[in-house]
Design a binder for this molecule. Sequence first.
Ligand code: SAM
Length: 249
Amino acid sequence: MDQSMNPRSQPSVDSPARTLPPLTPATLYLVATPIGNLEDITLRAMRVLRECDVIAAEDTRRTGLLLKHLEIQKPMVSYHAHNEARRTEEILERLRGGEKVALVSDAGSPGISDPGERVVRSALAAGCRIEAVPGPCALVAGLTASGLPADEFHFVGFLPHKSGQRRNRLERLKEVPGTLVLYESPFRIGKLMGELAAIMPDRPVVLARELTKKFEDFLRGKPAELAARLQERPLKGEFVVMVGGQTGV
Ligand code: SAM
């Protein structure tokens, strides 16, 4: 039997492999990359990036910097929101030809508020193999460190930009059980706290800022308190916003 097809040949904690199996041909690998701290790249992510035939990257310049840091040289093609349709066809052609394609986004897990879903769906429809190479993801890092319940949560991603649409969405989200997890830009984080103060005033909120980076910190409080703090001292950086459920801690 071809060892690469035998799941038992994969290294595991119970049986670390001496020789690793080669990557599987005609497979799309979804490779998670660091969200701030370069040490967070996994051994498997490095091997896939090293051994694949081509890397489809959201931003080839940015991924180029990561590859340089990892001392990996590999051809890249761009795959982003504005060329997804065309590039999906090209990636499928490569997969049909037996190539191993790694898909990476600018940071974190591809397909999570980042391009990826379309090529995964098309590859599955075309009968190609998909493999996730898990790793950093801001929503998981933020949620698990928040102290809010993670047994039931709802990932929202980014809210729309228009005020009316945001309000409607938040009104609907009020009814969703469990912890809500949102991504928000530093330019709208104060606005979001104001909206939450109006729509879910009693919910506990955790702002996870700059996760895995030098100035990582967590702000905790009710929406109105956080809105006031941000008004007093606006904060830069990247944010994951967790909103506890009706009975959240
Ligand atoms: N695919 C990524 C992931 O797996 O988390 C998310 C990409 S999305 C375009 C970028 C958003 O994720 C940011 O605006 C922010 O809300 C969140 N994010 C990414 N990195 C972060 C970090 N280091 N700290 C806090 N939030 C982060």
